[in-house]
Design a protein around this ligand. Sequence first.
Ligand code: NAD
Length: 429
Amino acid sequence: MKVAVVGTGYVGLVTGVVLAELGNDVICVDNNPEKVAKLRSGVPTIYEPGLEEILKRVLKEGFLTISDSIADATRASDIVFIAVGTPPGPDGSPDMTAVQAVAHSIAEAIDKPTVVVNKSTVPVGSGDMVEEIIRSHGVDSSLFDVVSNPEFLREGSAIQDTLKPERVVIGSKRREAAVKLVELYAPLGAPMQITDLNSAELIKYASNTFLAMKISFINAISRVCELCGADVGDVAKGMGSDSRIGPQFLNAGLGWGGSCFPKDVQGLLITAQKCGYDFGLVREVIDINDVQTPHFLDRIEERLGGLNGKTIGILGLAFKPNTDDIRDARSLLVIDHFLKKGAKVQAYDPVAMEPVSKIHPEVQYTQNAYEVADSADVIVLITEWNEFKQLDMDRLAACMKQPILFDGRRVYSRAIVERAGFEYYTIGA
Ligand code: NAD
């Protein structure tokens, strides 16, 4: 099939590359000239395991081209995906400017039957909005359909998630349009659910909010554990062994961040409000998350007897492992706090130091975890990269002014780090 994907971020680039790998003729479009130039030369603009290899291959074999023209890509394609960002606006609800701009550009170019697919995460009613924009350009309704096809990939495993999705959701007013997408995705062999537009849009918000709720729940349990002398790891294991609950998203930590959960949870709250439903549970999910990292920081400050003049070593900056994405990363809150309190911060992350250094040039970025520990008063683990799980804890302790470790993701065994001489603190214990 002939497919255009507008927006070459984490979702658009991975979608385009995988659809090209499946043998479709794909054009990926972006309005950022630097990204277009990089991608044309086969260099990925994001860090995602497995991406570079497939990108280079599909470019070489001619299944993928990179363009800066939505008009050209629309005219050359039967299916046009919108995969641009919907970042949170001032009130927390998604900023739809990019989606609207792309819809206008697509509308100007439609000259034959076209299925316009919204892959960006958007509030309920956005499919209708895109349809309205296209119709406002005088495009006859019989010439196009708008379909909602929310994306569930996870950064860090985006290629695998796109090749083997647990489900594909297709929301459409017309069955024929949905069937086009069913044909496109058929080679993946994934279960597909066809719904109306609004339900498809709500499935995405509801799914992400449910996952955030699980995290907030176990984080609230972690606070109870700290107060009553229980261990949240044991509690989560016992809970998660119940197949009705499941073990996933029950890892107590510093709270959820990233580019999706904060805006999608807020998006559901606002969507419900607009429909006339006060979703108090979602508000509580946000409130629990908001205090989780500050509470951990208070514990660090209390242990060190103040932060002014202290040297803090930070392990991990990305919002989660296996990505360079730092949008709404807990590391940014933590660094900001330590710097404001007069501490010196040294940090290491396998791939995310460059984006953080643009926000915090005053942090000293190191070559590895051991340099982070150099003369530090405390080490704070923020992102649970695998390489941090394999550290030589004796060597790490020996580098420090005093071996104190605050583990924000519960990755270490207390017995092992204490044997290395560390004083060990973690969440929910
Ligand atoms: P992103 O910010 O990484 O990428 C968006 C891309 O769109 C950028 O490359 C930008 O240059 C481009 N763009 C913006 N305006 C444009 C325009 N007018 N014309 C052409 N290109 C334009 O965003 P992302 O993380 O890929 O997310 C995209 C959407 O998918 C969002 O709605 C997000 O909520 C949703 N989503 C993201 C994830 C994820 O893990 N990142 C997962 C599921 C869903």
